[in-house]
Design a protein around this ligand. Structure first.
Ligand code: ZN
Length: 232
């Protein structure tokens, strides 16, 4: 049984510095040679939502994961990450899927030590540090990292990637999570009345419709990759 950690989002009063390796918003801390991802639907630079450095007892103990998503366009087909066909529990994920499904979002995986705060990114989501706290089996936090997922609905853990590599649980986010934005940030686009695309009047962004979100990792032959699914 691997250790689980509850994730706790701190206050907006902290100034971002390179000491923080797990946080919401601000500027991403990613390797210099990785471009800020662009949306494959509209070409806009994606917004940075959050990143996590995995703990020393996790399979990705030296790695971090950073999550970006487009806030500039709306397509009902891509409100949430595309899913494979058929049953999700113990699914074998087809070759290429984990590269191709990242259409209007991007999840970067990299060595934590190799990253730096990217000054070429314009902050959109308000910076808040994320701290972690060890929790025991039976704790029912929907915002956690490591150990086993806590499912809102049925268990939909994937089994393997097409090349035989096994998935392991990374982290999960609860429903209705609001990513507070800074005053000068563009508003997230949404579908309004009559399916008209218009800016939201909310001072926060939602990731994948603010559903419950589950992240799994693999170390495949073609690198470390992330599988993400949502439940509502
Ligand atoms: Zn877009």
């Amino acid at each position: 049984m691997r250790q689980s950690y509850e994730l706790i989002i701190g206050q907006a009063t902290e100034e971002q510095s390179s000491n923080y390796v797990s946080f919401v918003g601000g500027k991403p801390r990613i390797p210099r040679d990785i471009n800020i991802p662009k949306c494959k639907l509209c070409g806009s630079e994606e917004a940075f939502f959050f990143q996590l450095a995995f703990p020393t007892d996790h399979a990705w103990k030296d790695k971090s994961m950073a999550v970006f998503a487009c806030i500039s366009c709306v397509d009902e087909k891509y409100f949430i990450p595309p899913m494979i066909k058929g049953s999700l529990q113990n699914a074998i994920i087809p070759a290429g899927f984990l590269d191709e499904y990242q259409v209007n979002f991007n999840i970067l995986v990299f060595q934590t030590y190799n990253a730096e705060i990217r000054e070429d990114y314009q902050e959109k989501v308000q910076f808040k540090p994320i701290s972690e706290r060890k929790i025991d089996v039976g704790n029912n936090s929907y915002m956690k990292m490591g150990g086993d997922p806590l499912w809102y609905l049925d268990n939909e853990s994937p089994s393997k990637y097409d090349d035989g590599s096994n998935f392991f649980f990374l982290c999960q986010l609860p429903e209705n999570l609001e990513f507070e934005i800074v005053p000068e940030a563009p508003r997230q686009m949404k579908l309004g009345l009559g399916k008209k695309i218009q800016p939201s009047n909310k001072l926060f962004y939602r990731l994948f419709l603010a559903n419950y979100i589950y992240f799994f990792g693999i170390n495949s032959n073609s690198g470390s990759k992330v599988y993400v699914i949502t439940q509502i």
